[in-house]
Design a protein around this ligand. Structure first.
Ligand code: EPU
Length: 430
């Protein structure tokens, strides 16, 4: 698992997208990035050999593996399975060189507190869609006995004894819910998280912890109850399917038309998105193997508002904006989670999209056709959304900085091409 990209080299790498006819066929949806990263962190909780299956071969997983290795953990990949060997003694530190590449590396805080009693984790800083604080993680972990100090850009955490307590989250933060779950599983007594995040990845983590011997109930609802246990054991686990990767192929279908099957996708985790896509003209239904979907004719506009699960995921928003750019009518998109998550819109405008943004809102007037242009991927989902837009654009869309897409998608171009798209990864000199 060598890092696939190098600074400088990336500068010139690009993805070229040409307009696509209808997409046909099936695509295998991988394991959820946002679950796998936390499952990897949870392996810090106890000594032994863990196996996580259905792990996508993506950059964020590679960086998380480096975070664990820096602590003395052995991580190896064989096909879609990661074997993680956590020794008895670890160095509970995550350096800035790694955390700045992967914000989700803050997920080690909870398991390190519970599994090692202390941690030093460099603060990752903001990212392209705004500030990404971890104040809620820290406040919640303090309630169950963690002590924190921030100095020189690092969070120093210690806990002699973690104790179960009621934790009321100010907002159903995914990361804060997960960090508390992973620490409280070893606390003395009962922790009740109220206003917990309800994402399917939280339920996957709860299943993993329970399999390890933890006692977590209520995951998937707003109240999660964790009875602390004294011992945990290593386990084998298959990660839940990636609903955002599945959504990405549905967006591609929306702009290109056609009929596809998303193998392994979980319709029960995508109900709100499928309803919205139905309003826009993309038909979806449960299939024994995943999700079947069809789209013909021009998309219709709809209004979109992002919310914590089970609402419409903020991660799907850039994809929906690409779809609305070529839909019939006007759609208003409201972002309720991240302050700066409209920056990629300027790239779509360069492709001829008619979009105005104002604070948390974007007004999108669908155009008949986009035009290919050089554009830049600024984060994982924005990058994927630009490739999707390219499928509906005349001429060639050249997406630079594709390493952002590699952070969250395994073989994105290859999977789209297998459905009939024309997406080429161009590397300098070959
Ligand atoms: N927030 C705070 N303080 C905190 C934590 C969060 O103010 O201590 C705020 C955030 O700034 C944001 C909101 O709360 O405005 C929601 O953040 P949340 O903690 O729920 O998000 P996260 O755990 O940092 C995960 C996913 C994101 C996804 C969000 C929302 C992972 C690794 N990341 O982030 O996924 O957008 O939940 O669903 O699980 C992606 O995959 O591309 C991605 C960014």
């Amino acid at each position: 698992m060598e890092r696939a990209h190098r600074e400088g080299f990336d500068e010139q790498e690009r993805i070229e997208v040409r307009a696509s006819g209808p997409l046909e066929g099936s695509v295998v949806i991988g394991g959820a990035k946002n679950s796998v990263l936390k499952l990897m962190a949870a392996c810090l909780l106890t000594e032994g050999t863990f196996v996580i299956r259905n792990v996508p071969d993506i950059e964020d997983v590679t960086v998380m593996a480096e975070v664990l290795r820096a602590m003395g953990v052995t991580v190896s990949r064989s096909g879609g399975a990661l074997t993680i060997e956590r020794p008895a003694a670890i160095t509970p530190e995550a350096p800035y060189a790694l955390t700045e590449q992967l914000r989700a590396s803050t997920a080690v805080l909870g398991p390190l507190l519970a599994g090692a009693g202390n941690a030093r984790v460099a603060l990752p800083g903001g990212d392209d869609f705004g500030p990404r604080p971890i104040d809620m993680h820290i406040a919640a972990l303090e309630i169950i006995g963690g002590r924190f100090e921030i100095s020189g850009g690092d969070v120093y955490a210690t806990a002699d004894n973690l104790v179960g307590n009621p934790v009321l989250l100010e907002f159903p933060s995914v990361g804060a819910t997960e960090n508390v779950m992973m620490a409280a599983v070893r606390a003395k007594g009962t922790t009740v998280i109220d206003n917990a995040a309800r994402e399917p990845e939280i339920s996957d983590l709860a299943g993993f912890l329970n399999h390890m011997g933890g006692q977590v109930t209520g995951a998937g609802t707003s109240t999660i109850v964790i009875e602390g246990v004294e011992e945990l054991r290593p386990v084998e686990h298959t990660a839940v399917s990636d609903r955002i990767e599945a959504a990405t192929f549905l967006a591609a279908l929306g702009v290109a038309g056609g009929e596809i099957t998303l193998l392994g996708a979980r319709p029960d985790h995508m109900a709100m998105l499928c309803r919205k896509l139905g309003d826009m003209g993309v038909r979806t239904s449960s299939d024994p193997d995943g999700i079947w979907a069809m789209c013909s004719g021009r998309l219709r506009s709809a209004d979109v508002s992002t919310l914590p699960y089970p609402g419409l995921p903020t991660d799907c928003k850039p994809l929906l904006v690409s779809m609305l750019s070529v839909a019939e009518g006007v759609g208003i998109v409201t972002e309720n989670l991240f302050s700066g998550r409209f920056r990629y819109v300027d790239e779509l405008v360069r492709m001829g999209a008619d979009i105005r943004t104002e604070g948390h809102h974007a007004v999108i007037r669908g155009v008949d056709r986009l035009n290919g242009a050089p554009v830049r991927a600024s984060d994982i989902r924005a990058g994927a959304a630009l490739v999707v837009a390219g499928l509906a654009a005349e001429g060639v869309t050249v997406v630079s900085d594709p390493h952002h897409i590699d952070r969250g998608y395994e073989d994105f171009a290859g999977k789209l091409n297998a459905l009939g798209a024309d997406v080429r990864r161009e590397r300098p000199g070959g």
